[in-house]
Design a binder for this molecule. Structure first.
Ligand SMILES: C[S@@+](CC[C@H](N)C(=O)[O-])C[C@H]1O[C@@H](n2cnc3c(N)ncnc32)[C@H](O)[C@@H]1O
Length: 199
């Protein structure tokens, strides 16, 4: 049986040539100049590395050692000084105030009971006019397991919009279809793609 670290390593390898998530690209383009970003659950650096290349300073945080090593190995020397890496769980991590908090397909993997605290920390740490970009899962996603304790954090559309009530929504796209995971398993996807700004 593979360890979690080995499973994620295979995931990073499979996705390593994919472009950045459209949510992080959209958010980045809404800023007049690069700032400081925190990438929660940064994985293989799919968003972190393009942000660095666009002139951002980035704190990339992930609980897996392989994520931190993958990003460190992939970042070109000339961008290393703009990057900080942190191997930490999102639930217990602290991070400074920032202009952008990106979390692509990672926040809903938090411990369910901790999600409200994590989300409040996301909002608190955004500077005025700062943005959140990323995904939350919908309640009909296979991984939500109909709300079971071991399912991912998931929302109905209206609960998701309520979750964003303290932010100004700039993108809110709901995606729902049957399909495959990056590991090739069949599942039902129900995702909210989000970019939202703090006033
Ligand atoms: C689906 S991957 C997404 C990676 C990357 N953001 C992307 O879009 O390619 C989720 C990532 O979140 C990390 N992760 C999951 N739960 C976490 C937690 N509670 N704290 C920190 N990282 C976590 C995993 O190690 C993994 O790298």
């Amino acid at each position: 049986m593979d360890t979690a670290d080995e499973r994620w390593a295979a995931y990073y390898e499979r996705l390593k040539d994919r472009p950045p998530r459209f949510t992080s690209v959209f958010a980045q383009r809404r800023f007049s100049q690069p700032g400081f970003a925190v990438d929660l659950g940064a994985g293989g650096g799919r968003d972190t590395i393009p942000l660095l290349a666009a002139g951002w300073r980035v704190l990339a945080l992930d609980q897996e050692y392989t994520s931190i090593k993958t990003i460190r190995d992939a970042v070109p020397d000339e961008l290393v000084s703009s990057l900080k890496l942190s191997q930490h769980s999102i639930e217990t991590a602290e991070w400074p105030e920032c202009d952008l908090i990106n979390s692509s397909f990672a926040l809903p993997l938090c411990e369910k009971s901790q999600f409200p605290n994590v989300w409040q920390r996301v909002i608190d740490r955004l500077r005025p006019s700062g943005r959140f970009s990323g995904q939350l899962y919908g309640n009909r996603d296979t991984w939500a397991k109909n709300g079971a304790d071991d399912g991912v954090v998931a929302f109905t559309r209206s609960d998701c919009l309520t979750q964003l009530k303290d932010l100004k929504i700039e993108m809110f796209e709901e995606e729902e279809h049957d399909g495959f995971t990056p590991r090739g398993n069949f599942k039902h996807w129900h995702i909210f793609h989000i970019v939202a700004r703090k006033d």
